[in-house]
Design a protein around this ligand. Sequence first.
Ligand code: 8Y7
Length: 286
Amino acid sequence: MQLNLVTNSSRVKILDLSQPVVMGILNVTPDSFSDGGQYYALDTAFKQAQKMVADGAKIIDIGGESTRPGASAVSLEEELARVIPIIKRVSTQLDVVISIDTSKAQVMREAIAAGAHIINDVRALQQEGALQAAAELAVPVCIMHMQGQPSTMQDAPNYQDVTAEVVAFLQQRIADCVNAGIKRDNIILDPGFGFGKTLEQNYQLLADTRVFHQFGLPVLIGVSRKSMIGNLLQCDESQRLAGSLACATAAAIDGAQILRVHDVRETADVLAVVAQLAKHALNNKQ
Ligand code: 8Y7
């Protein structure tokens, strides 16, 4: 499996997904940096991106809107001011694929123009103009499942069969995307861990990772440091590394193509071990 990316110089670059890859998380929200002014924030973000690339990230996911449970909305101007400078700097100075974490059509357009390669939308292109923007930009898009809205989604998640319902949503969304003119092989699927799901529902989805391969499209798993780990282990965010790596191990064994994580180096180690193990499992079958 692979994704074809268009670079700023209109050259086509291939992202090989025959082995799982690490997507490093780069949040450029004010709460993610101490208050040292605009240049300080840009510099800090760039250094973080540089470290993630050195640690093995193949993709950097840049986001300027917090979608955590209960987070407040960000204006278009504010979101652009946060993400565009860092996208420009990373795209010109680092050799890495950039995804833009946004739901706003205008941010998608300006981010791709600034050098981003992939759209990562937790609202699965359901906001006004997003489907059309993604179709026109003709770049890969990650569509994620969410029940409800970020502000209230964790209040009362409700499913008869969580995996079946997430699969049905993604199937419908693939059809909507294709109808809007998005190429099918530009679609990445994501069950949306923590987005309107209880702890049990999140682990059910993780256990069912293989089910999401039925579409023959890349699967992205984002569980890093999430409350499905914190609530299970009764620990705060600084104590979630081992739990995050356990989830990453499970996802990699089940063939997830992209792992969205904070701890890039540690996750790259997990992937190397899983790949080595897979090599021997394959030898045993021959
Ligand atoms: C996910 C995500 C977040 C995820 C994709 C957090 C932006 C919450 N989670 N995007 N974004 N998948 N595709 O805790 O699971 O990182 S934000």
